[in-house]
Design a protein around this ligand. Structure first.
Ligand code: GDP
Ligand code: MG
Length: 367
């Protein structure tokens, strides 16, 4: 089983407080075409601080969510944050309990187990059990800012300020970084900007979640292919690709979740005789680019999420099916057994190499 050490850089043992002290750090953003030709900027000092927090020598596991503007990416990332903070809490508690038992304080250990409801800690492989991690029914959803009003967001990449130290089942210690991307496909950003941000995030990430609305259209595949070409020009190792279909409306054809998604994806990527040449090429090239590709079908969160201006992202405001799918999806992306260190040229990427790699890609793209 994998495990997670305490967040040493977080002052509090109360992980809800940790979440409140965290924030999204803009790392890369587009500053439009300029005479110098420089189009993307990096906040090097902010990135350096993140690297220090992650541990310079530690391999990084970067989990990114990219796709269309207002597609619920930041909203999903905030549930991913809840999972990671719960993982930290479960592991810290488990370590405290073990320490108490080792020092002969069995009563205190038992009290701690009983009071925290953590009795299952030792049987579930150090992962948050049941629904605890999803949070309280009436808790407003915090973290990366979502919704964002109608004001234009910049196109760029945002990392969560707190890296999560995780030990993988293999014993390898990694720092998990969550990556949000902004501005994809809103009218005002050019397709080139979006392609570059997608390409950059796909090159940097170990897992890329491509967030798509309702179904995979031919132009989603074309965009993906275009993004991947930019990424290939950058020459690095591509992420494991997780296609996430939001507001899936045909659960009777393909069920919600990973199993339905696998079926749907198999059908979508199948090269058929009646396909035009271009469609066949796209499918073949995608299959060749991403050796690890999967799909997940997510139900609609409910009318409140879509229409109510006072929606706060509370569980009580979400449909049961949607919550059930979150319980399945988030551990598939983030449980220690499903995390992986980012590999570049066949070896794990240490946090301190991240700024160098990022700058190298940007130099490539900016010219
Ligand atoms: P982002 O631009 O992709 O980061 O989108 P946000 O996370 O800011 O969410 C934009 C809006 O979509 C918010 O009002 C959310 O309530 C809503 N939303 C979140 N998830 C979903 C979903 O799965 N389906 C639909 N239809 N709306 C969602
Ligand atoms: Mg967003």
């Amino acid at each position: 089983p994998g495990s997670l050490e305490s967040l040493d850089h977080c002052e509090s043992e109360d992980y809800k407080l940790c979440l409140e002290s965290g924030y999204g750090v803009p790392i890369v953003w587009s500053c439009g075409p300029s005479e110098a030709g420089q189009q993307f900027r990096v906040d090097a000092p902010a990135l350096a601080r993140l690297v220090a927090r992650a541990g310079a020598a530690r391999p990084v596991a970067l989990v990114s969510v990219a796709g269309a503007f207002r597609g619920g990416k930041s909203f999903l990332l905030d549930f991913m944050l809840r999972y990671l903070y719960s993982l930290a809490e479960v592991c810290t508690r488990a370590r405290h309990v073990l320490a108490l038992m080792r020092s002969g304080h069995d009563d205190a250990a038992n009290w701690m187990l009983a009071s925290s409801g953590a009795a299952s800690v030792f049987t579930t492989g150090d992962e948050p059990s049941g629904d605890d991690w999803l949070g309280g029914e009436e808790e407003p959803l915090r973290g990366f800012s979502w919704r964002g009003g109608s004001a234009r967001e910049t196109t760029g990449i945002v990392l969560w300020s707190q890296p999560f130290p995780v030990t993988l089942p293999t014993g390898e210690k990694v720092a998990v970084l969550l990556m949000d991307t902004q501005g994809s496909f809103d009218e005002q950003s050019s397709l080139r900007d979006c392609s570059m941000i997608f390409a950059l995030s796909t090159l940097l990430a170990s897992t890329q979640v491509y967030n798509i609305s309702q179904k995979i259209r031919e132009d989603d595949l074309q965009h993906l292919q275009l993004f991947t070409e930019y990424a290939a020009a950058g020459g690095g190792g591509l992420a494991a690709l997780r296609l996430l279909l939001r507001d899936w409306s045909a659960p009777y054809e393909c069920a919600y979740g990973a199993a339905g998604g696998a079926r749907y994806l198999r059908d979508k990527l199948q090269v058929k005789e009646e396909h035009p040449r271009e469609s066949r090429d796209i499918r073949q090239r995608l299959a060749a680019s991403f050796e690890d590709m999967s799909c997940f079908l997510m139900p609609h969160p409910g009318l409140c999420a879509a229409n109510n201006p006072n929606f706060q992202g509370k569980l009580s405001e979400l449909e049961t099916d949607f919550k059930q799918s979150l319980r399945e999806l988030v551990p598939l992306l983030l449980a220690p057994a499903h995390l992986r260190a980012k590999h570049v040229a066949g070896r794990p990427l240490a946090a301190r190499e991240l700024p160098v790699l990022l700058q190298a890609y940007l130099d490539e793209f900016n010219t």
